[in-house]
Design a protein around this ligand. Sequence first.
Ligand SMILES: Cc1cc2nc3c(=O)[nH]c(=O)nc-3n(C[C@H](O)[C@H](O)[C@H](O)COP(=O)(O)OP(=O)(O)OC[C@H]3O[C@@H](n4cnc5c(N)ncnc54)[C@H](O)[C@@H]3O)c2cc1C
Length: 379
Amino acid sequence: MAFDVIVVGGGVMGCSIALCLAKRGVGTVVLERSVPGAEASTVAAGILAPLIEHGFAGPETRLGIASRERHAAWAASLHDALGIDVGFRRCGAMWAALDEAEAASLDARATRIAEAGGRVERLSPDDARRREPGLSPAVLGALDLPEEAQVEPTIFLRALALEAAREGVVFRTGEMVRRVLVEGGRARGVQLERGRLEAAHVVVAAGSWTSLVPGLPAPAAAVRPIRGQLVTCERRPLVARRVLFGAGGYIVPRPDGRVVCGATMEDKGFQKEVTLGGLAEVLSRALRLAPGLADAALLGHAVNFRPASPDTLPLVGPAGPEGLWLATGHHRNGILMAPLTAEIIADAITLTPSTLPDLPALDPRRFGASTTHPAEESP
Ligand SMILES: Cc1cc2nc3c(=O)[nH]c(=O)nc-3n(C[C@H](O)[C@H](O)[C@H](O)COP(=O)(O)OP(=O)(O)OC[C@H]3O[C@@H](n4cnc5c(N)ncnc54)[C@H](O)[C@@H]3O)c2cc1C
């Protein structure tokens, strides 16, 4: 079977890109060494909060807001097509100051968020606790951001893969890509365990493992894994309605009583351990933020790697050789950025003019040579 596009990696990026391409009639295959959603994309907390994450007028905030808004439409479309509720909720987020330094920074933070085009309300401690009674009595002030949202990553991934398959995407699971094939200055396909698969376009969306895929040009080496550990628990009555940030951590309340507490940020290479120190850090931050969680029942813990780039902006766009694309480096915001990333890559491959600003900021070639080094060209 011949394909127009090979997507390497079946995480949220690979599945979203494949779905977007298939909807435009592009024959697409996803090659995933495990199963769709096997890594970071189903461990993520599912926060869609560009204003909290970045909070200043810059490309990351503008693109994050644009992607957050696309999530609403994607959720509706997945629901219409499959009857699956992916858990998109405009629950809002609250940034809570629990020490003097954080409290002193609230006004400036609110100003920057407003300048970036976000809705934000500065709250006194009493108002913050009136809106979120589960918040610590030690809160010194807060910001309320009603536009921020959440989604359930495990259900989102399942729905994306199902819908992509329904639209004609072929998923080849257990398929390890051994090398990206670049010949004569353009992408030709990939080398698999058994044989090669050819296509005019190759999109590498291998998350934290992108820099380990042989045959990629220099920019891909910029991606490194940042370990994140988190804890899931269950609490009735609900501990909060909004996503709460503070004390260096966050809690994400689901409507059914589950709460995701996150998350460590550790530069430890590919060590996938859940550590006692990591869990202690996550739990102590969550309990400082919402002390009522002390009664919560532990449901589980998880760990995975955020694909990080040196300047914290993703690598989305041409990798150098013609027909070779990167969609990675989304770090803490890959779930948030998936719809927009998919649109950018699908526009580029189908030669659809994009009206999105800020795309040069994501150009993977900013990290190095624009072509494959001759020694790296496939034999
Ligand atoms: C603890 C934690 C909490 C997070 N919380 C949030 C959040 O609240 N909101 C948010 O927006 N983001 C969050 N993130 C970040 C988000 O999870 C990532 O940015 C996103 O999942 C990256 O998606 P991806 O598809 O690029 O990578 P992945 O999901 O890691 O997928 C990459 C896929 O490529 C496959 N692969 C790798 N190499 C090969 C190969 N050679 N051949 C074939 N297949 C290959 C892997 O098996 C994997 O399935 C969080 C991350 C962590 C770890």
